[in-house]
Design a protein around this ligand. Structure first.
Ligand code: ADP
Ligand code: ASP
Ligand code: MG
Length: 403
C-alpha cells in the first residue's frame, strides 16, 4: 500500500458543502487502496477572524496566547471532515499536532518543525484508518502550542509526507496549480505543468502565497513529490520537482510581496563591525532581514537600509531605538508603504538580458525602483506599494505577451 498525503486549504473546507467535497476526494483515494494522511487548514477566513477577535481584547497579546487561539481553527476543520468521512462509513480519526507529536522550535508564530513522532500516526494507519491532522501547528519542548506562520499548513503536509515517506504530497487549493503570476492580479497568467523546487522556493519566498516557502524547502531537502491542484476541478495541477523539461528561455514567474517594510539607519559610524552589530541584534530577536543596501561611506558616517516583514516593524524599530547609543546612529526612518516585485527563473543564471527586460518594463510603466536585489535565479525590486500590482502586470506582459 502506498501512502498519499493530501492537504486542503481554507477555501477548500470553507463550509459544509466544501467539506463534503473534500471528503469525497479523500474517500476516492482511500478506496483506490492507498493509505491517506490528510492535513487541513482552518475554514475560510477563520484565522483572520481569530486575529480580529484577539485585537478586540488586547492590541498586543503575547505570541504564546496568539498561538493558543489561532491553532483552534484547524481543530474544527479536522473534526468536521472526520465526521463527513464517518457519515460515508469510512474509518478515520482526527488528531491535533500535539496528539501526533509534531515537535517544533519555541518561536511562537514562526516555529519550525524539528521532529515528528511516528508512533500514533503509524498505529492508526496500521488499523487502515484515514488520519486527519491539524495543519499549521506543533508543540515546543515545554509542551506549548506553536504555529508555523501564515500559510504554514503546506509545511505541515510536506513534513508529514517526508516523515512517513509518502509516495506523493498533494496540496489542494482554490487554483488548479502554480501560474506565471497570481491569476487574481494577472488574469491571463499561464498555467505551469511543472516547476523546479528552486524556482518554486524563490517564488514562494517572494510572496507567491500558493505554497508556504518552508514547505518547498522541505520538499527539496527530502525529495518529496509535490503537486499543487484544485479541490474544485478535476484537472492536472503543477508538479514541483528537481528537474523539469521546460526550456529555460523565459522566466518561471513573477511574484509580489507587500507585507514588508523598510528601515533606514541614518548616520551610522563608518567603522568595521557596524553592520554586524545591527544585524546580530535583530537576529537575536528572531527578526529576519531581507534586502539590505549600504550607502557608500561619507567621511565618517554611512546609512544602511533594509527590509523586514511588516509584522516585525514595530519590534525592530523599538530594539534599534533602545540601542541607538551603542549602535551610534543619528536617526531612524521607516516606510511601511513599500512592496517588492520579483522575477524568478532558472534561465536568469545564463541570460543577463532578462534583468534588463524587467527594468525596461518598469521604465515603460513609469515606475521608480528604490532598491534592487538578486540571487542566481531571481531579480527583486523594491517599489512604492501603490505601484506593485501595475508592476507585476507590466513585467508579466513584457515576458509573456511580447514575442
Ligand atoms: P489555501 O487556502 O488553499 O492554502 P492560498 O490562498 O494560501 O490557498 O493560496 C492560493 C492562492 O495563491 C490563489 O488563490 C492565488 O490567488 C494565490 N497565488 C499567488 N501567486 C500564485 C501563483 N503564482 N500561482 C497560483 N496562485 C497564486
Ligand atoms: N490557517 C492558517 C492561515 O490562515 C494556516 C494555513 O492556512 O495554511 O495562515
Ligand atoms: Mg495557503
Amino acid at each position: 500500500m502506498s501512502l498519499i498525503v493530501q492537504k486542503f486549504g481554507g477555501s477548500s473546507v470553507r463550509d459544509a458543502q466544501r467539506i463534503r467535497n473534500v471528503a469525497g476526494i479523500i474517500a476516492e483515494t482511500y478506496l483506490e487502496g492507498n493509505d491517506v494522511l490528510v492535513v487541513l487548514s482552518a475554514q475560510g477566513d477563520t484565522t483572520d477572524d481569530l486575529i480580529a477577535k484577539a485585537e478586540e481584547i488586547n492590541s498586543h497579546p503575547s505570541k504564546r496566547e496568539m498561538d493558543m487561539l489561532l491553532s483552534t481553527g484547524e481543530q474544527i476543520s479536522v473534526a468536521l471532515c472526520a465526521m463527513a468521512l464517518e457519515s460515508m462509513g469510512l474509518p478515520c480519526v482526527s488528531l491535533t499536532a500535539w496528539q501526533v507529536g509534531i515537535q517544533t522550535t519555541a518561536v511562537h508564530g514562526d516555529a519550525r518543525i524539528k521532529r515528528i513522532d511516528s508512533e500514533r500516526v503509524q498505529a492508526e494507519l496500521d488499523q487502515h484508518r484515514i488520519v486527519l491532522i491539524t495543519g499549521f501547528q506543533g508543540m515546543d519542548r515545554a509542551g506549548d502550542v506553536t504555529t508555523l506562520g501564515r500559510g504554514g499548513s503546506d509545511t505541515s503536509a510536506v513534513a508529514l509526507a517526508a516523515a512517513f515517506r509518502a509516495k506523493l504530497c498533494q496540496i489542494y487549493t482554490d487554483v488548479d496549480g502554480v501560474y506565471t503570476a497570481d491569476p487574481r492580479i494577472v488574469p491571463n497568467a499561464r498555467h505551469l505543468d511543472e516547476i523546479t523546487y528552486d524556482e518554486m522556493l524563490e517564488l514562494a519566498s517572494q510572496g507567491a502565497g500558493v505554497l508556504h516557502n518552508r514547505s518547498v524547502e522541505l520538499a527539496k531537502k527530502f525529495r518529496v513529490d509535490l503537486e499543487v491542484l484544485s479541490s474544485l476541478e478535476r484537472k492536472p495541477g503543477t508538479k514541483v520537482k528537481e528537474v523539469t523539461k521546460v526550456e529555460k528561455t523565459t522566466i518561471a514567474g513573477v511574484a509580489k510581496d507587500t507585507s514588508i517594510a523598510r528601515i533606514a539607519l541614518i548616520g551610522l559610524r563608518h567603522n568595521p563591525g557596524v553592520a554586524f552589530q545591527v544585524f546580530d541584534l535583530l537576529s537575536k530577536h528572531n527578526i529576519n532581514v531581507d534586502l539590505i543596501l549600504q550607502s557608500i561611506g561619507r567621511e565618517d558616517s554611512k546609512d544602511i537600509s533594509f527590509t523586514v516583514h511588516e509584522k516585525d516593524l514595530e519590534d525592530a524599530r523599538a530594539i534599534l531605538t533602545e540601542n541607538q547609543e551603542v549602535l551610534c546612529f543619528d536617526h531612524i526612518e521607516v516606510d511601511g508603504n513599500i512592496g517588492k516585485v520579483s522575477i524568478v527563473g532558472a534561465g536568469l543564471m545564463t541570460n543577463c538580458g532578462m534583468a534588463a527586460r524587467m527594468f525596461e518594463a518598469l521604465y515603460e510603466a513609469g515606475i521608480n525602483i528604490q532598491m534592487i536585489n538578486t540571487s542566481e535565479i531571481r531579480v527583486s525590486v523594491l517599489l512604492d506599494e501603490g505601484d506593485v500590482d501595475r508592476a507585476v502586470r507590466a513585467i508579466h506582459a513584457k515576458f509573456f505577451d511580447e514575442i
